[in-house]
Design a protein around this ligand. Structure first.
Ligand SMILES: C[S@@+](CC[C@H](N)C(=O)[O-])C[C@H]1O[C@@H](n2cnc3c(N)ncnc32)[C@H](O)[C@@H]1O
Length: 287
């Protein structure tokens, strides 16, 4: 017990910049089940946006000519396919990539139920290796914000390679006000989102201001449970990183990566950027 407590206390420290989690999150078999439920629950905006917002986003893409019959779309981090299925209904030829087997199972079943042909692949999109295959690459709900700058820039290079000349990268990203400083939280659970059995969750947000109004935030979750053998106990730290941007800083990142920024708005539906907004959305073309 003393050793377990010492490990838990030691884990509750500020992380090094972009220090990774100690265990998989998106593709952990137990966590993935809770995540899928969150994706599909209209009242839980933690994993996917509500259907009405997704409808507006897809309508905005169609109005710009970025969705419609024959448009080849790659959806990076497609989750259970909530956007993919909407795009396929418009006649897009959709490829969806995700790490989560549970989400992809749901996505495949939902597409089959409507007779839609969507190419779903279980893969890490950071290893994207397609060349000049897509008219549009889409990433929705902030995943672009979650990487260290060097990982993000490598992914941007891969996205650029995957697009045809003049193709569009469309994504959204969080702004600093999406991650305000907040106090520590804890949870004592008999079994729930993080673990099937009893566990404690010690949660803390670390926020570091960056240059020009950007910030880096980390939501750190220290999960204490009985461990695989039910014996000595286990401490596992998960870290969710967010590099929150401004319109100017995001434009600079994309320009440096060889994209021409066509529009920065406040949402994938093309809402205006407002002072109190929490999100940015970008349409950028391969130059
Ligand atoms: C916040 S959810 C958004 C899901 C979907 N884009 C939407 O808007 O409904 C992020 C998704 O990205 C997936 N994901 C995260 N990192 C990934 C990676 N490196 N490769 C593939 N998928 C990833 C997760 O499994 C999850 O389904």
């Amino acid at each position: 017990m003393a050793a377990l407590l010492a490990r838990a206390v030691a884990a509750c420290r500020p992380p090094a910049p972009f220090e990774p989690s100690e265990a998989p999150f998106w593709d952990d078999p137990h966590i993935a089940v809770g995540l899928l439920a969150a994706h599909l629950d209209e009242t839980v905006p933690a994993a996917s946006r509500p259907g009405a917002e997704l409808d507006r986003a897809v309508a905005a893409l169609a109005a710009r000519g970025l969705a419609g019959p024959g448009v080849r779309v790659l959806d990076l981090g497609c989750g259970p396919g909530l956007l993919a299925v909407r795009l396929a209904r418009l006649g897009c030829r959709v490829t969806g990539v995700d790490l989560s087997a549970s989400s992809l199972d749901h996505a495949r079943r939902a597409a089959a139920a409507e007779g839609l042909e969507i190419d779903y692949r279980r893969a890490d999109f950071r290893e994207l290796a397609d060349v000049a295959r897509y008219d549009v690459v889409l990433q929705s709900y902030g995943e672009m914000s979650t990487f260290a700058p060097e990982v993000r820039d490598d992914l941007l290079a891969r996205v650029r390679r995957a697009l045809v000349p003049g193709g569009a990268f469309v994504f959204d990203a969080s702004r600093p006000r999406h991650h305000p400083p907040r106090g520590r939280r804890w949870e004592a659970s008999p079994g729930g989102f993080w673990r099937p059995g009893p566990h404690l969750v010690l949660e803390e947000r670390f926020v570091t201001p960056g240059p020009d109004g950007t910030q880096v935030a980390c939501d750190q979750y220290v999960v204490v449970d009985a461990g695989a053998d039910g014996g000595g106990g286990r401490v596992t730290t998960y870290r969710m990183w967010f590099h929150d941007h401004t319109p100017e800083s995001l434009t600079a990142v994309l320009t440096a990566a060889g994209f021409a920024v066509e529009e920065v708005s406040g949402s994938l539906a093309g809402d205006p950027v407002t002072d109190d907004g929490e999100w940015l959305a970008v349409v950028a073309r391969t130059a």
